[in-house]
Design a protein around this ligand. Sequence first.
Ligand SMILES: [Ca+2]
Ligand SMILES: [Ca+2]
Length: 383
Amino acid sequence: MQHTFSILALSSTLLLPVSAKIAVKKVADGFDRPVWVGVPQSTKKQLWVMEQNGVIKAVDPESGEKTILLDICKQVSRQGNEEGMLGLAFAPNFSKTGRFYINYVDKEHHTCISRFQVKGGAIDASKEEIVLRFKQDFQNHNGGWLDFGPDGMLYIGNGDGGAGNDPKQRAQDLGSLLGKILRIDVSGDKGYEVPKDNPFLKNKDAKPEIWAYGIRNPWRCSFDRKTGDLWIGDVGQNHWEEISYTTHKDGFGANFGWRLREGEVATPANDVGGDKPKDNVEPVYVYKHGGGKDEGFSVTGGYLYRGPVKELQGRYIFADYQNPRIWSFELKNGKARDFKDHTDELQPKGGNIKQIPSFGEDLDGNVFIVDHSGPVYQIIEAE
Ligand SMILES: [Ca+2]
Ligand SMILES: [Ca+2]
């Protein structure tokens, strides 16, 4: 009997797959098209979840109870898959001022960067201040990401306006805010100022808010909370998805190549692609379109992981929206190395992650995964 038992024990050990080092736990569920998650600097460690239709909900970390913090659905346009309320940034001094900023597309198809304030635990929607507003050419490629950089300035990721192959050639045009990353100073009482060290102030034809250009659709980007480096998930056209990277210092005036370049090649479309522009910043990682394990159709930029999960520390974690794979790599000498596919180990028990529009980070560097179909997960060490 004992002999049989030990054989069984041995064979089951041999048959076990390599044990997963990381896993997910569900931290909230039941949202309507969630697109963003984050945690404000407050003692309560509330989870804030943004729904694409124009609602922000707070989740109590103890009870899981949800409260509607803000509902501006009536002024948010929701045409196609890419319009809506898209991103949020807490002011660096949020715990003192309660200020935060959102990026949404309004009913007249303009991108709005709006300031709101939490006062006494509530948000008065009538006190919205539109800080910056500009027209979108088409319903897609609205960018959506915004956050504060290591210098305290607000950075805004703008898509090229939309359609396909940047027909209005916005991304290389410094006279347009589209296809850019903007940098503005919102630390004053009202509106914004253009920082005096923005890179194109001397160019009379350039919009002064522009910080970097040549970008197609920077739907999700992130600053490395340790180094201040910027990671850009730039959604590709018909062939290549890309992750671009810059140190904060080198990002001033950087050209990320679109629409001349898709990934590492001349954009493969008639009369669109071209040679690398001067000072072109190559992506650090690209993947081709397809349904394979290392392929996809629409990159979702993630985070350089600085949280408590050992397996991921120092690695950039990201995903594909349509082919919901989750990957990571390390950046070494300017290129992605040691690529890993985490898709299988990050599936929830008894289910699967369906579409990944966004990651999110808490105050300790824990990373969340948002599933567009409703739930939000946190990445944890496997038991
Ligand atoms: Ca657009
Ligand atoms: Ca590029």
